[in-house]
Ligand binder design. Structure first.
Ligand SMILES: Nc1ncnc2c1ncn2[C@@H]1O[C@H](COP(=O)(O)OP(=O)(O)O)[C@@H](O)[C@H]1O
Ligand SMILES: [Mg+2]
Length: 253
């Protein structure tokens, strides 16, 4: 039997007397790219934070690939293969782009490389790092210090650092925030490609409907801290309650 890659039951998060997330239950199926959408203030980031270990839920349970992970801190989740996107500030700005990617690769291969000679090990690591940068379209910037890159390219380095650890699930909270339309297209295309061609699952939050409808295989809609709807892009697009929640917003954009 295959478990949902991510499942939450009764997930609730209070901030004082305010309930930002209220009794949310959902299961993210294996495979593909899933998205959590909802108007500003719907509770998307709160959901993301309670699941990915930034802070624990006030009530409810979280399961990752069948195992309970409720309240587990981010570093333990990372070891299990659940990663959230890092902030750009977690890039080492004075290291080169390729060095930034080599750090997590060395960590990932720590045990597997024990019996290899030093030279062979270094060569394999560089090849893998270069392949990754090539896939992200930033190989030509490999030898530049990370701080010298444009904002959108820094976000790509951040993604490469995350993917270097071969995670089972990557949670991205508005991965295109602050990007130009071109950078947004590139980032979304990349996420879609990675979801289609690797074993890594992606679960993204996004406020831009157009972006989500174009790539997500399964969509969950939050509204005022509650799960309002779930389904395929076509099902969500035609859902009257969802339309009302967005008050004629960018749903048909
Ligand atoms: N740390 C916090 N303290 C108090 N209220 C918060 C906190 N974080 C979020 N909220 C509130 O919870 C609600 C949901 O916020 P958030 O999860 O950021 O929504 P979204 O990401 O969907 O825009 C908002 O009303 C927000 O003001
Ligand atoms: Mg948010």
């Amino acid at each position: 039997m295959t478990h949902p890659i991510l499942q939450v039951t009764g997930l609730t998060r209070d901030f004082g007397r305010f309930t930002a997330l209220s009794d949310v239950s959902l299961a993210v199926p294996q495979g593909g790219l899933a998205a959590l959408i909802g108007p500003n203030g719907a509770g998307k980031t709160t959901f993301y934070n309670t699941v990915s270990g930034r802070f624990p839920p006030s009530a409810g349970r979280v399961f990752f690939d069948g195992d309970e992970i409720t309240g587990m801190p981010a570093h333990r989740l990372a070891r299990r293969g659940l990663l959230r996107s890092f902030q750009v500030t977690n890039i080492f700005p004075d290291l080169t782009v390729i060095e930034n990617v080599l750090v997590p690769l060395v960590l990932h291969h720590h045990k597997g490389f024990a019996f290899w000679g030093k030279l062979k090990r270094e060569k394999a690591l560089f090849t893998e790092a270069e392949d990754l940068l090539d896939r992200f379209g930033i190989l030509s910037e490999a030898r530049l210090p990370a701080h010298a890159l444009a904002y959108g390219d820094k976000r790509l380095v951040e993604m490469a650092i995350v993917l270097a650890r071969r995670p089972r699930l990557v949670m991205l909270d508005e991965p295109t925030a602050g990007m130009t339309p071109e950078e947004t297209d590139r980032m979304i295309g990349l996420i879609k490609d990675l979801a289609d061609t690797t074993d890594t699952h992606f679960f993204i939050t996004e406020h831009d409907m157009k972006v989500v409808f174009s790539v997500a295989s399964y969509i969950f809609v939050l509204h005022q801290g509650q799960l309002l709807a779930q389904g395929t892009a076509d099902e969500i697009r035609g859902n009257a309650e969802v339309k009302a929640a967005y008050l004629g917003g960018s749903l048909d954009a």
